[in-house]
Design a binder for this molecule. Structure first.
Ligand code: DC
Length: 219
C-alpha cells in the first residue's frame, strides 16, 4: 500500500468550546478541508429518529445503518453529509438530535463505520477534522493535535446565544463517560483554553500550537 500523502489536524473538545469556528478558520488560512465529524453522528441520529427508531435500540440502529445510503463529501472547504442523496444541514441541529446524538454515538458499530469514513478523507485531501476522538482514535499518529476547552458557563452561554436548546453539560458527561472512544485529551494534544479568546486570538493561538508541533506554514 502507498503511504498517504495527506495529513490531518485533529481538533477535539467538548460541545460549544468553539472548536468548529477554530477548525473552519484554520482550514481557510491553511487551504485545507474542514471536516465536522459531529455532523456525521448527527446525520445518523437524524435518520434514526426519522425512521421512528428508539435511540436506545442498538440492534435496530445497526440494522438501519447497514442499509443507510450515507455519503460524506466535500463542498468548497467544508465536509458535507448526505443521506439518500439529501445534503443535511439545519435539520442536524434540532433539539431532538441534540438529545439523542450522544446515545447513538456511544454504539461501537456506529463509531467503527463513521471512523472509517473519516479516515477515508485522507485518500483525497488534507483535513482539519474536529470532534471528540480525532486525536485519540481517528488519527492517533498525527503530530497536529489540539484540545479546545472552555468553561461550562461560557459554553452554555454560546449555545443559548445561538438560540439552540442543547444541554451541553449532559452531552459532555455522556461523551466523556462512554466506554468506546470517550472524549479526552489525546496523547500529544495541547490544550487551548478558549474561555476568553476572540476568534482571531484563538486562531492565532491554534496556529502557534501547530507550529510548535512541527507544522510548516506561511500564515
Ligand atoms: O460536535 P457536535 O457537538 O456536533 O457533536 C455531536 C455529538 O456527536 C457529540 O455530542 C458526540 C458525538 N461525536 C462523537 O462521539 N465523536 C466525534 N468525533 C464527534 C462527535
Amino acid at each position: 500500500m502507498q503511504p498517504l500523502r495527506h495529513f490531518a489536524i485533529a481538533i477535539d473538545g467538548p460541545a460549544a468550546s468553539g472548536k468548529s469556528t477554530i477548525a473552519k478558520c484554520l482550514a481557510r488560512e491553511l487551504g485545507l478541508v474542514m471536516v465536522n465529524s459531529g455532523a456525521m453522528y448527527r446525520a445518523v441520529t437524524w435518520k434514526i429518529l426519522e425512521l421512528g427508531i428508539d435511540p436506545h435500540d442498538s440492534d435496530s440502529i445497526i440494522n438501519a445503518l447497514q442499509s443507510m445510503d450515507l455519503h460524506c463529501g466535500v463542498e468548497g472547504n467544508f465536509s458535507t453529509v448526505a443521506i439518500d442523496g439529501k445534503v443535511l444541514d439545519e435539520e442536524l441541529r434540532g433539539k431532538e438530535v441534540n438529545q439523542a446524538v450522544s446515545i447513538v454515538a456511544a454504539i461501537p458499530y456506529v463509531r467503527e463505520k463513521l471512523v472509517q469514513m473519516q479516515r477515508d478523507y485522507l485518500q483525497h485531501t488534507c483535513v482539519v477534522m474536529e470532534g471528540r476522538d480525532i486525536g485519540s482514535i481517528v488519527f492517533p499518529d498525527t503530530p497536529f493535535k489540539i484540545y479546545v476547552d472552555a468553561s461550562e458557563e461560557v459554553r452554555a452561554a454560546r449555545r443559548s446565544a445561538e438560540g439552540v436548546t442543547d444541554s451541553v453539560a449532559a452531552r459532555d458527561k455522556a461523551d466523556s463517560n462512554r466506554t468506546t472512544a470517550p472524549l479526552l485529551v489525546a496523547e500529544g494534544a495541547i490544550v487551548l483554553d478558549n474561555s476568553d479568546h476572540t476568534v482571531a486570538s484563538a486562531v492565532a493561538a491554534a496556529l502557534d500550537i501547530l507550529r510548535s508541533q512541527g507544522l510548516v506554514c506561511d500564515v
